[in-house]
Design a protein around this ligand. Structure first.
Ligand code: AMP
Ligand code: GLY
Length: 427
């Protein structure tokens, strides 16, 4: 079967590796892809916003499955256009993608279905929001309702910061995504990412992961898209996974079906694990980046039948088979990321590092200039290692990183610190 994968990041390179490994895959196309995916698939320059062009490509190339990586095309209804044209698609419809596209929508759904989450209110007016904030006290969390490229959440330690966030969002910092605001209580605990596969009717657990969002060591400095990750997340014990499925994933899937907007694809729950167990911070309608780079290497079965089953509405009952191993990925980012990324620097050969056993290098923000590989984004490479435990995975990943000659980039030296400490019995 021919498959089209949409996206261009490290997540999509990891998906491309898994899809290309399937005996069911005929030709694999990636739109637009990156220099990493070009080695294992055909990159195509499709305008993803032009749904008619995407549909025409699918017909011309006899595409039997489209896999959508990022959230923006989903929220823009790419799955609806493909489905209407009879092309099976892994990824939710526009209305189902509201679970990521509107924080207010998701909070209301949590309230209706009793999904554990922080207490909240929705506001379309700054004065009312500020008065609620003053009544509630700090710390408190202010969120733009819509998609804001990961920047629309302000965790305010003090009231003036929360009020300034209200002014910033209603002042248009995020455009239409900030026409409405959600204000919610601050949750305490440890964060984890959880992924479930959904076929519209039901969901099965895929895997857990934890990422490091801050740019600096010791989890300090500004937030980024993620500087590294590992899977599984030690805090996601079997019991915690079972509770997450029962209390969070299954009620959401059930309610989406009842609303007439069944959810198909991967449902990514950002969780806070605290004294009360798992609480939902947010849903995403797609795989995580860099979580995908650590979840997929652990998959011990062909990914394509799973993706197809989500698209067709016939997920099997059997649990997903995972290797009893830990994967850890370190992001190699461009100097200056995230505030002032210095693009264009030359990346030396990746051959030596790729040769380390059980290490995979995925590309994110790279571009080819002739045969030269250049940095072309904030997060540029991911170095992922698979091993029997997190300490060994970490050692292998850093061993490979040391073999990459790229003075224009930097990485955190402490990815996985919390899990390593736990493994050593120090936490
Ligand atoms: P989100 O984009 O909703 O995942 O939020 C980004 C980050 O803000 C999360 O990963 C958390 O670290 C933090 N965050 C969001 N909501 C809360 C909350 N209610 N309590 C504590 N931290 C939060
Ligand atoms: N790493 C977090 C995300 O993909 O949203």
């Amino acid at each position: 079967m021919n498959i089209l994968l949409i996206g261009s990041g490290g997540r999509e390179h990891a998906l491309a590796i898994a899809i290309a490994a399937s005996p069911l895959t005929g030709e694999l196309f990636v739109a637009p892809g990156n220099p990493g995916t070009s080695g294992i698939a055909a990159n195509v320059a499709l305008d993803i916003e032009d749904h008619a062009a995407v549909v025409a490509f699918c017909h011309a190339r006899a595409i039997g499955l489209v896999v959508v990586g990022p959230e923006a095309p989903l929220v823009n209804g790419i799955a609806d256009s493909l489905e209407a044209a009879g092309v099976p698609v892994f990824g939710p419809s526009k209305l189902a993608a509201q679970l990521e596209g509107s924080k207010g929508f998701t909070k209301d759904l949590c309230k209706e279905t009793k999904i554990p989450t922080a207490a909240y209110e929705r506001f379309a007016d700054p004065a009312a929001a500020k008065s609620y904030i003053r009544g509630r006290g700090a710390p408190i969390v202010v969120k733009a309702d819509g998609l804001a490229a990961g920047k629309g959440v302000i965790v305010a330690e003090h009231l003036p910061e929360a009020e300034a966030a209200i002014d910033m969002i209603f002042g248009g910092a995020f455009g239409a995504a900030g026409a409405e605001v959600v204000v919610e209580d601050f949750l305490e605990g440890e964060e984890a990412s959880f992924f479930a596969l959904c076929d519209g009717e039901r969901a099965i657990a895929l895997a857990s992961a934890q990422d490091h969002k801050r740019v600096g060591e010791g989890d300090t400095g500004p937030n980024t898209g993620g500087m590294g990750a590992y899977s599984p997340a030690p805090i996601m014990t079997d019991e915690m996974v079972e509770r997450t499925m029962r209390q969070i994933i299954e009620p959401a899937v059930r309610r989406m079906k009842e609303r007439g907007t069944p959810y198909r694809g991967v449902l990514f729950a950002g969780l806070m694990i605290g004294k009360k167990g798992p609480q939902l911070i947010e849903f995403n309608a797609r795989f995580g980046d860099p979580e995908t780079q650590v979840v997929l290497p652990r998959l011990d079965q062909d990914i394509v039948p799973l993706l197809l089953a989500c698209a067709r509405g016939n997920l099997p009952d059997a649990p997903v088979k995972l290797k009893d191993q830990t994967a850890l990925t370190v992001v190699f980012a461009v100097n200056g990321y995230p505030d002032a990324p210095e693009r264009g620097s030359l990346i030396g050969s990746l051959e030596l590092a790729s040769g380390v056993n059980d290490v995979t290098i995925t590309h994110a923000g790279t571009k080819l200039d002739g045969d030269k590989l250049l940095a072309n984004g904030g997060r540029v490479l991911n170095v992922t290692a698979l091993a029997s435990n997190v300490s060994d995975a970490r050692e292998k990943a850093y061993q490979a990183l040391a073999m990459i000659d790229w003075p224009g980039g930097f990485f955190r030296n402490d990815i996985g610190w919390r899990a390593v400490k736990r493994e050593r019995g120090e936490a």
